[in-house]
Design a protein around this ligand. Structure first.
Ligand code: PRX
Length: 656
């Protein structure tokens, strides 16, 4: 179908404002297909989660389901288990060792466009790999409770690195491979990691990302790191520091094939994952073992409707929570087969994702709205002649999906036949909270629909009153198993950020609208956190990176609407007195931010200004900066100390 025809159909579907009901066939086979599950779960939510927890293998059972003294929750008290055992050993023990766990595809292709590296990895293979790597960790002196930093491309060893840590009770902290030296350093130092595991490089859009050299620079300022383990992926030239750096393939040949899984308390920490906040310093979100594993097992099953025959593909990187919960722990606890891909969707051509689905017969595809908007822009010719008939379910995550992108996804990828689950959740929530149940929920394009069974989410106004309809703040009013247990090393920030707005109620920082049928429409962040291509970046983080440059005196950063990425970064910069606003400085500053934080934080526009609009108390009025950067009429300016500043800025921007 041509793009203009698609556009017409999209308009028609949107105008009708219709709901999309799962097909009779889908409903019939779905895991949940009776609405009573919501009521049943609500009537005793602790028991509901306990039933799910029983689907894990416990070394010893819990004595009590929940202890809740807001904001501190403990789930499955005194229960003992091991997360790695639940994702790997038990499948092998249950006779599923020869089942494919991972079908991995590297990015490079040959002249015919075929992938050069494809690996089919069984649960037996994963079992051997994680046992060996766990023994390697031990041989390097890692003990239960020690932190291991993981800075890897999307290769199977990234997954082994996480599971092997869990196996011996070490706490992993994965740092996304696109992050810079400073970002990696900050996270390692905050977590006080003893070991860093990385690769020589990773392939991305046809280039080699030199991960090891980034590690070398970072580790110079990371006194806690004792050793660096390096996977050979790209064979690019790297330096190995003797007595500190070791090749992964050398180490694994010298250890035993079996490492007993450590007995972990349900509330022992499984991992720390850093996420941006409203200050310059990222927050180390803590997740523990029993509750987290229960929630990710349950939600993988109910939201993606996973069966033994499914081939699940979540396109996230393991550096984000989506990769933790819906590549490593949730799907693997369910023992499913997954597709893992190393690279970008446009390499070598813009049909790579569709080719992967066709090649490996993926049945469930979970991606981000920003990717869907890019696919829309690239056009449907990239899907022509590709067989997507293996798909039974589609999902999205990371940011609100605009109805046009939803309809496009439904039409062009789902062929108007299969359900879409728009899943709202966060690093902090650990697992999906608001989402359709694919065999039950009539979906509306752009709405994540309603909270999952067992989850109580509401829309509140500023003073904490519940709104049955209309716009306000999203809130979660009772504990759930995979809730964050804190911010590593900063309990006060944990309380202030999430629990101080209303007493005992979790505040996620998102705005939401509830329609008259009770559907939730997520509206994005209400704090100073931007969402660029589905990734959280704090305005303060970018501002700190800018003022770190020798030419910059002050900076204010806002998120502005972007057609593909949802939001893009606009920076307003005051230069030091002696510096002039050259064009070359603009690109230099953009590069500087990318280098300080990572390419995802590179500002789209930089506007030089002699002053910033501030209130009389000195607070920068970002709302007005957003109006300027998006070319809108200015909103209310009455609280400004000097209204001339913003008028001049607007004029300057329009003249540019
Ligand atoms: O603003 C919400 C947005 O992403 C934030 C969480 O980001 P992060 O912790 O990086 O986790 C992303 C993957 C779970 C939320 O506060 N967000 C996530 N999913 C959705 C969403 N906004 C609207 N709709 C969604 N489905």
């Amino acid at each position: 179908m041509s793009d203009s025809k698609t556009k017409q159909t999209v308009d028609v579907l949107l105008e009708e404002n219709r709901k999309f009901v799962p097909s009779k066939n889908f409903q019939a086979q779905a895991f949940y297909n009776n609405d009573s599950v919501y009521k049943d779960a609500d009537s005793n939510y602790e028991e509901y989660w306990a039933q799910w927890a029983k689907k894990l293998d416990w070394i010893s059972p819990w004595e009590k389901i929940l202890e809740w003294k807001a904001p501190y929750a403990k789930w499955f008290i005194k229960g003992k288990l091991n997360a790695c055992y639940n994702c790997v050993d038990r499948h092998v023990k249950n006779g599923k060792g020869s089942k494919t766990a991972l079908v991995w595809e590297g990015e490079p292709t040959n002249d015919q466009g075929k992938p050069k590296d494809v690996l089919t990895i069984t649960y037996d293979d994963v079992y051997l790999a994680v046992n060996k790597l766990a023994n390697v960790y031990k041989s390097l002196g890692i003990k239960k409770g020690d932190r291991i930093a993981i800075y890897m491309p999307m290769i199977p060893e990234a997954i082994y690195a996480m599971l092997a840590a869990a196996r011996i009770g070490a706490i992993h902290t994965v740092v996304f491979g696109g992050f810079s030296v400073d970002s990696l350093k900050g996270r390692i130092n905050d977590a006080q990691a003893k070991l860093l595991i990385t690769a020589d490089g990773g392939f991305r859009r046809g280039k080699i990302i030199p991960l090891k050299s980034t590690c070398d620079e970072a580790v110079l300022d990371c006194p806690s790191i004792e050793n660096v383990v390096v996977v050979k992926r790209c064979d690019n030239s790297i330096e190995m520091k003797s007595n500190r750096d070791y090749w992964y393939h050398d180490l694994v040949t010298n250890v035993d094939d079996f490492c007993p899984p450590e007995e972990m308390d349900s509330e022992d920490i499984l991992f720390i994952l850093y996420t941006s906040g409203t200050t310059g310093k990222p927050k180390g979100i803590i997740h523990t073992t029993g509750g987290y594993m229960t929630s990710v097992l349950a939600t993988s099953k109910m939201v993606f409707d996973l069966t033994d025959d499914d081939i699940f593909w979540c396109t996230a990187d393991v550096g984000w929570i989506t990769g933790h919960s819906y590549i490593v722990y949730g799907p693997m606890a369910n023992g499913v087969t997954q597709v893992i891909y190393e690279g970008t969707p446009d390499y070598p051509e813009k049909n790579r994702f569709w080719k992967i689905i066709e090649r490996h017969k993926a049945s469930v595809f979970y991606t981000a709205p920003t990717a869907i908007r890019a696919f829309m822009k690239w056009g449907v010719q990239w899907i022509d002649n590709i067989d997507l008939s293996s798909l039974k379910l589609l999902g999205t995550v990371g940011e609100p999906i605009n109805p046009e992108a939803w309809i496009w996804y439904h039409k062009e990828i789902g062929k108007e036949k299969i359900p879409i689950v728009d899943t709202w959740w966060q690093t902090e929530t650990g697992s999906i909270m608001i989402s359709p149940l694919p065999g039950l929920t009539a979906t509306k394009p752009g709405s994540a629909t309603r909270p999952l069974p067992g989850i109580k989410a509401v829309v509140l106004n500023e003073t904490g009153e519940e709104l049955t309809e209309g716009g306000g703040y999203l809130a979660i009013t009772r504990p759930w198993p995979s809730m964050l247990r804190g911010i590593y090393g900063d309990d006060q920030r944990f309380k202030d950020t999430y629990w101080s707005k209303w007493d005992g109620t979790y505040f996620p920082g998102d705005g939401a609208n509830k329609d008259k049928e009770g559907y939730f429409w997520l509206l994005g962040r209400v704090d100073d956190v931007m969402n660029v291509a589905g990734h959280n970046i704090g305005t303060m983080e970018v501002e700190s990176a800018l003022v770190d440059h020798s030419s910059v005196a002050e900076a204010a950063v806002v998120g502005i609407t972007d057609e593909i990425k949802g939001q893009a970064i606009a920076a307003f910069v005051i230069l030091k007195e002696e510096i002039s606003a050259e064009e070359s400085l603009e690109s230099e500053l953009k590069e500087h931010v990318a280098k300080k934080i990572g390419a995802i934080a590179r500002p789209k526009i930089i506007i030089f200004t002699p002053e910033l609009p501030k209130t009389r108390s000195g607070k920068i009025m970002r709302r007005l900066l957003r109006d300027v950067a998006e070319g809108r009429a200015l909103g209310d300016v009455t609280t400004l100390a000097d209204p001339n500043v913003i008028q001049a800025l607007k004029q300057k921007y329009e003249d540019k």
